[in-house]
Design a protein around this ligand. Structure first.
Ligand code: NAD
Length: 337
C-alpha cells in the first residue's frame, strides 16, 4: 500500500485544523456538534448516504454535508472522525490513511481484530495520528476514579453498565457494544493486560447476547468483573475499585465519586466525596484528538489499545470459552414449586 504524505496539522484559516465527520447517525451528529464549537477547528462537513440524516445534520449543526467520502476528501481535510457503522471502519480508515489524513475511529476500532491491526499498521506506516473513541475515559467521574487509585495496589474492579434495549438494534450484542468500554477501562485502570477471560453470556430476547457477566484476571493479578445487559428498564453505570488502602466507587451518570479509606482494626473507616469535573466527555475526547494531531504525539487512546480491548471482547464471544448453558434462554422460565 502506498501512502500520501501526512496531512498538514492545520491548513484552515489562521492555521485551523480542517476536520470532517464520516457518518451522521447518533455519534456522528454529536461529533459534528462538538467539532463545530471547538476553537481552531474548521468543521468541513459530514458525510452520510442517507438524505434524512444529512438534513438532520444541516438543521442541527448548519454545516455542509456530502453524500460520500470522495466529496469530503475533495473539499480537503487534515483529519476525520469515523462514526459510520463499525463494519465500515476498516475500509473508510484505510482510504483516509492512504490519503495521509489523521483519523479518530469510534469504538470498537473495527469488526475484527485482524481489521483493527491492519488499521494500526497502516496508520503507523503512513505516519498519521490514529486515536480510538473510547469516550468513557474522558468521563470526569472515570477520571476521578483513575486519579484516586493512582499509586494504589489494586485488588479488584467491578463495573456495571446496564439499560434497556437500544431503539435500533445493530448487528452486535452487549459485549461488543457495551462491555468493550469497560474492558478498556479495566486495562487503563490497571495499566495491565487481561490474561484470563471467563464469560457467561445469554441471549434472552435478542439474536445476539443481551446479558453478559464477564470475569477477568489481569497480568498484574487484578480480578475484574463486568455486569452488562439490555434487560434493565433504566440506565445504570457504576465502577468500584478495591485497593489495599481504599475502596473507590463512582456513579458514571450522576458523576458522584466517593472513597472509603483509613480502615481500622475495629472495622471503622473514613469516607469522602471526591471532586469531579464538568467536561462533556466527547468534547474532552475531541480536544485530545486535535491536540494529538497538532503535536504529532501519542494520542490518549492508541490504536493498539483499541485492538487490545476488541481482542478481549472477541475472546468473550468465542464458543470455546462460552458455557453451553448460554444457549436457548428465549422460552419463559417458571420457578419450581
Ligand atoms: N463511543 C460511544 O459511546 C459510542 C456510542 C454509540 C456508538 N458508537 C460507535 O459509533 C459508530 C456509529 O454508531 P451510531 O450509534 O452513531 O450508529 P448510527 O446507525 O446512528 O449511525 C451510523 C451512520 O453512518 C451512516 N453511514 C452508513 N454508511 C456510511 C458510509 N459509507 N459513509 C458514511 N456514513 C455512512 C448511516 O447512514 C448512519 O447515519 C459505531 O462504530 C458505534 O460502535 C460509539
Amino acid at each position: 500500500m502506498s501512502f500520501a504524505k501526512p496531512a498538514s496539522r492545520g491548513t484552515g484559516q489562521d492555521g485551523a485544523l480542517r476536520i470532517g465527520v464520516i457518518g451522521a447517525g447518533v455519534m456522528g451528529t454529536n461529533h459534528g456538534r462538538v467539532l463545530a464549537g471547538l476553537p481552531h477547528v474548521e468543521l468541513v462537513g459530514i458525510v452520510d448516504p442517507l438524505p434524512e440524516h444529512r438534513t438532520r445534520a444541516v438543521d442541527l449543526i448548519g454545516c455542509p454535508t456530502f453524500t460520500d467520502l470522495d466529496g469530503l476528501l475533495a473539499a480537503g481535510v487534515d483529519a476525520v472522525t469515523i462514526a459510520a457503522p463499525t463494519h465500515l471502519h476498516h475500509q473508510i480508515a484505510l482510504t483516509c490513511i492512504a490519503r495521509g489524513i489523521h483519523i479518530l475511529v469510534e469504538k470498537p476500532i473495527a469488526s475484527t481484530v485482524e481489521e483493527g491491526r491492519e488499521i494500526v499498521a497502516a496508520a503507523r506506516a503512513a505516519g498519521v495520528t490514529l486515536m480510538i473513541g473510547h469516550v468513557e475515559r474522558f468521563n470526569p467521574a472515570v477520571a476521578a476514579v483513575k486519579e484516586a487509585i493512582k499509586g494504589e495496589d489494586i485488588l479488584s474492579i467491578a463495573i456495571t453498565r446496564v439499560g434497556p434495549f437500544p431503539p435500533r438494534m445493530s448487528n452486535v450484542g452487549v459485549v461488543i457494544d457495551l462491555a468493550v468500554h469497560d474492558i478498556d477501562l479495566i486495562r487503563w485502570f490497571t495499566e495491565s493486560d487481561i490474561v484470563e477471560v471467563q464469560p457467561q453470556l445469554s441471549s434472552a430476547v435478542a439474536e445476539r447476547e443481551d446479558i453478559a457477566l464477564l470475569q477477568f484476571r489481569t497480568a498484574s493479578g487484578v480480578l475484574a468483573h463486568i455486569n452488562t445487559n439490555w434487560l434493565t428498564p433504566f440506565k445504570a453505570r457504576s465502577v468500584t475499585v478495591a485497593t489495599r488502602g481504599k475502596y473507590v466507587s463512582g456513579d458514571l451518570l450522576t458523576r458522584q465519586v466517593t472513597e472509603c479509606f483509613g480502615f481500622q482494626p475495629d472495622g471503622s473507616y473514613s469516607m469522602r466525596h471526591l471532586p469531579v469535573g464538568h467536561d462533556e466527555p466527547l468534547r474532552a475526547e475531541l480536544i485530545a484528538f486535535v491536540g494529538a494531531v497538532r503535536s504529532g504525539g501519542v494520542p490518549a487512546v492508541t490504536g493498539d489499545e483499541g485492538v487490545a480491548s476488541l481482542e478481549i471482547a472477541t475472546q468473550c464471544l468465542e464458543p470455546t470459552v462460552q458455557s453451553q448453558a448460554a444457549q436457548d434462554r428465549k422460552k419463559p422460565r417458571r420457578a419450581a414449586g
